[in-house]
Design a protein. Structure first.
Length: 215
């Protein structure tokens, strides 16, 4: 099957699979990540087909959207098989999808420039104005409060603690979002992250001013 046809079919598949998703991992997140992936992949000389496919499918396997990570991974493998994606490409795509998650800072070592590109694109969509919006959408979907001064940000979390223990939307900035700028893999992404990171810092400054009633 032609690679462009595979990509077109995958776009339709992901749009249908994530219809109505309400935690910030919806189709539009995938669309933005894919656009960023293309931009970074071109500058970093990465394999464009592998990068685009991994970007499109990375949340189909996510344990947040499945009964388990194992079930999600099986779903992606079945889709790739249905599109006659060859074994080597399938393994590259699966390696990216299973290794790029933050997991409370317990993510895996990345083995390819393609994995670095897709991880960076996914992380860029978690910061800046979009990242702030997604943070609060996810917190609402998981019934987490906006802020509680008596609940401190968690440190040195296991993957399970990061996924399941309760925190707050504001704490999520310190537990993950503000760390991402310095965790970017590629030079292209490092530059793109600077302004998004600065915007989050400005938001937090304003948030605390309003929280304390100073303006």
């Amino acid at each position: 099957m032609d690679k462009n046809e595979v990509i077109t079919n995958t776009i339709a598949y992901v749009q249908n699979a994530l219809e109505g998703e309400g935690t910030g991992h919806d189709w539009w997140h995938i669309d933005r990540v894919t656009k960023l992936t293309k931009k970074i992949a071109e500058k970093e000389n990465a394999n464009m087909f592998i990068c685009i496919m991994a970007a499109l499918l990375h949340d189909i396997a996510d344990e947040k959207l499945n009964e388990s990570e194992k079930i999600g991974i099986k779903k992606v493998r079945s889709w790739l098989a249905s599109q006659s994606v060859d074994h080597e490409a399938t393994e590259q795509i699966m390696d990216i999808i299973t290794s790029i998650s933050f997991k409370g800072g317990n993510g895996l070592q990345l083995n390819s420039v393609e994995a670095k590109v897709v991880q960076d694109a996914d992380r860029l969509d978690a910061i800046g104005a979009i990242g702030i919006a997604r943070c609060f959408v996810y917190s609402g979907a998981t019934s987490s409060p906006i802020h509680d001064p008596f609940i401190k940000p968690r440190e040195h979390m296991t993957k399970e603690e990061y996924r399941h223990n309760k925190s707050t939307a504001i704490n999520h900035f310190y537990e993950k979002l503000l760390k991402l700028k310095d965790l970017m893999n590629t030079e292209t992404s490092k530059q793109l992250a600077i302004e998004r990171h600065r915007f989050m810092e400005m938001f937090l400054d304003e948030f605390y001013e309003e929280w304390e009633g100073r303006r």
